[in-house]
Design a protein around this ligand. Structure first.
Ligand SMILES: [Zn+2]
Ligand SMILES: [Zn+2]
Length: 176
């Protein structure tokens, strides 16, 4: 199994959506533009009105799936996402690499992003386990991460958060 392949692809899109701060105006367009490759050329990446709210709701669904601490709640989270997806996969090599896109080519923006997120995460969870998706344990961070470690033992989104937490725990121990 290639542990590196988790984090490229549709899972990266899903994780980035969950981690995009929504207090910045235009967050939706910034996020969508960063993942432009996933959308059929010509799709307007400008989410309007209700679509921004639907994108935010999708981000929340990814978060609650990542927060699941047992298989039953992970399954519920996954099924909530899959219930919104309209998969119609096709193979493409638009970037030189043969890979799947999950939504109809002529689907609207929200249908494309929702379907890509749901299909990407469902492959990750079904093939590698719901434990692979988590929320950072660092006190000052709540980023969603994908655990690509060999034994699925990660608790932090990054080395930065891991070492910051180690230092904080060390200081706390010394104080007592
Ligand atoms: Zn692509
Ligand atoms: Zn973190």
């Amino acid at each position: 199994m290639d542990y590196d392949t988790y984090e490229s692809n549709a899972v990266e899109l899903a994780v980035d959506l969950a981690n995009t701060g929504r207090d910045v105006p235009g967050w939706d367009e910034t996020f969508l533009t960063a993942h432009e490759d996933w959308f059929t050329p010509g799709t307007s990446l400008h989410a309007e009105g209700r679509d921004v709210a639907r994108l935010a709701a999708l981000a929340d669904l990814v978060r609650s799936l990542a927060a699941a601490d047992d298989q039953a709640s992970a399954m519920r989270g996954l099924n909530d996402l899959l219930g919104l997806a309209r998969p119609r996969p096709y193979a493409t090599d638009h970037d030189g690499e043969l890979h799947l896109h999950y939504a109809r080519e002529d689907a609207g923006l929200l249908e494309q992003v929702t379907t890509t997120v749901a299909m990407g995460l469902s492959q990750l969870v079904v093939q590698h386990g719901w434990q692979r998706l988590g929320i950072c344990s660092a006190e000052t961070c709540d980023d969603v991460y994908v655990d690509t470690s060999r034994n699925a033992s990660r608790r932090y989104c990054s080395n930065t958060c891991a070492s910051r937490s180690t230092v904080a725990a060390y200081r706390a121990r010394r104080r007592t």
